[in-house]
Design a protein around this ligand. Structure first.
Ligand SMILES: [Fe+2]
Length: 195
């Protein structure tokens, strides 16, 4: 199950990016130019058997074609600080990318989470212990409302600690390199605090 079928606007946009005419795209797929024109103007939809060849002809993945979210990463030397987190609302899967991506889980395309600043109900306390830091999030840890993970992110290092209901949201980090601490609350989302 996908959250959306390919749209005419996406086909048109990608075809034009590829500098293909409707006739050229049609020929590659073994359909008529009229058929391509109909897809692009919302008067028809390509058959499911054409989705993979269509994605191939347009130079994108099936997932990108279906979601309409086309990714072009120009910065190959990705910096971890610009990392994105994605959480699947259905199964709780945690995904992390260092650049933009189309990420899907359980059949839905996941948006990259935008981290808010930590608030009064989601504070992060940091206490120096020997050569490490004891990091605590005082927050409910019930099945309905809990901290799912804490992460420490710098330019070149990601540390993530997973928590479960009935446990304590506390861990030790080296906190070398400054960066940011992230927490994820299953109800209130992703938050961050500069170290
Ligand atoms: Fe919360």
């Amino acid at each position: 199950m996908m959250n959306a079928y390919v749209t005419g606007a996406t086909i048109k946009q990608l075809r034009e990016l590829k500098a293909l005419t409707q006739a050229q795209l049609a020929e590659t797929l073994g359909v008529t130019a009229k058929a391509v024109s109909k897809w692009e103007t919302g008067k028809g939809l390509p058959d499911i058997t054409l989705i993979e060849p269509l994605a191939g002809a347009l130079g994108v993945s099936v997932s990108e074609l279906m979601s309409g979210d086309v990714v072009q990463n120009n910065n190959v030397s990705s910096n971890l600080i610009r990392s994105k987190f994605y959480i699947c609302p259905l199964c709780g899967n945690i995904l992390h990318t260092t650049g933009r991506a189309v990420v899907s889980c359980c059949g839905i395309t996941l948006p990259p989470l935008e981290a808010e600043e930590t608030d009064d109900a989601h504070t992060i306390t940091i206490e120096k212990v020997e050569d490490e830091y004891f990091v605590t999030v005082p927050h409910p840890m019930t099945k309905e409302h809990f901290i799912s993970f804490i992460a420490h992110l710098t330019m070149d290092r990601l540390q993530m600690v997973k928590f479960y209901p009935e446990g304590n949201a506390e861990t030790r980090f080296s906190l070398r390199g400054g960066g940011f601490l992230y927490l994820y609350c299953n109800k209130h989302g992703l938050m961050k605090k500069k170290v």
